[in-house]
Design a protein around this ligand. Structure first.
Ligand code: CA
Length: 300
């Protein structure tokens, strides 16, 4: 929740309903729309640079196959960690394509293969956010995810430490600085907690297979400030939210998309209403920050 008691609006990969995900224009738009937090998925390049990019491989979001023929692994994919920052800078980012090559994942969104979008580094994105915070006089927070920490460790890269050190260099140390660190991996969050202390606000992401028993949530509360469950875990069964509250955990469910409603919901308003007005979640990940903010304003 914000100070005013409404849930925080987390721009999921930026204003990704309108511009390709994790591009600086998409982040600027989300900032301008009034999102409380802008999300970063963080992965590494071969030369140890931190990139804001969702996938471990580049194929569904860039023209890597055309630009770097012969650089795929045996599985046919081109991995971020096999390319230097200099190489990655030459790629054009596009609207997300389906894995089977059958076209865009969200057909009504920004047209594919249009524009001149690039993969940003984490530092470039933090510069953009802090610059906008200054020029607009409105602070948007940072909400960074340690992506596949075990996979990065296998590639001899300590992603979590590099991410935390970069955030610190930009002034993000405690919740008061306006940030969260999120991860699906409990062991990594426990490690971050032990190394950087309890002031770093941590969110345990959960997928549908996650253990959300009372005991499991109490254990999460021992190292994290909140949980990020799926929409389906939190509603219509209200048990998870009430158990999480008992443990004192924040609840930030994902992902609210106006153009990809879960089964049983006819409109975006119908989806938002139970989460905001009945469950009173503390925050929401959304591809459409403007629509969530408008909903909250309208309902007072
Ligand atoms: Ca994420």
């Amino acid at each position: 929740m914000t100070g005013s008691g409404r849930p925080v609006v987390i721009a999921h990969r930026g204003a990704s309903g309108y511009l390709p995900e994790h591009t600086l224009p998409g982040k600027a738009l989300a900032h301008g729309m009034g999102a409380d937090f802008l999300e970063q998925d963080v992965v590494a390049s071969s030369d140890g640079q931190l990139l804001v990019f969702h996938d471990l491989h580049l194929d569904q979001l860039t023209d890597v196959g055309r630009q770097f023929p012969g650089r795929a692994r045996p599985d046919g994919r081109h991995y971020c960690i096999d390319f230097s920052l200099q190489e990655l800078r030459t790629l054009t980012v596009t609207e997300r394509q389906r894995g089977d090559g059958s076209g865009p994942r969200f057909p009504a969104r920004f047209p594919a293969n249009t524009g001149s979008f690039r993969i940003p580094t984490l530092e470039e994105e933090l510069d953009l956010i802090q610059g906008l915070n200054r020029s607009t006089g409105r602070r948007a927070g940072v909400y960074a995810e340690i992506k596949a920490p075990g996979w990065h460790t296998e590639h001899r890269f300590g992603l979590g430490d590099r991410l935390l050190e970069t955030l610190r260099a930009f002034g993000y140390r405690t919740a008061a600085d306006g940030f969260f660190v999120q991860c699906f991996c409990a062991a990594e969050l426990r490690r971050v907690r032990a190394r950087y202390g309890g002031d770093v606000p941590l969110i345990q992401l959960l997928d549908d297979a996650g253990d959300v028993s009372r005991e499991a949530l109490a254990a999460i509360a021992g190292y994290a400030q909140g949980i990020g469950p799926t929409i389906g875990m939190a509603w219509p069964d209200r048990g998870l939210v009430s158990r999480a509250r008992e443990s004192g955990l924040l609840i930030h469910p994902y992902t609210f998309r106006a153009d990809d409603l879960p089964e049983g919901f006819r409109t975006f308003t119908e989806l938002l209403t139970p989460f905001i007005e009945l469950l009173e979640v503390d925050g929401l990940f959304t591809d459409f920050p403007d629509l969530v903010i408008a909903h909250i304003r309208q309902r007072g």
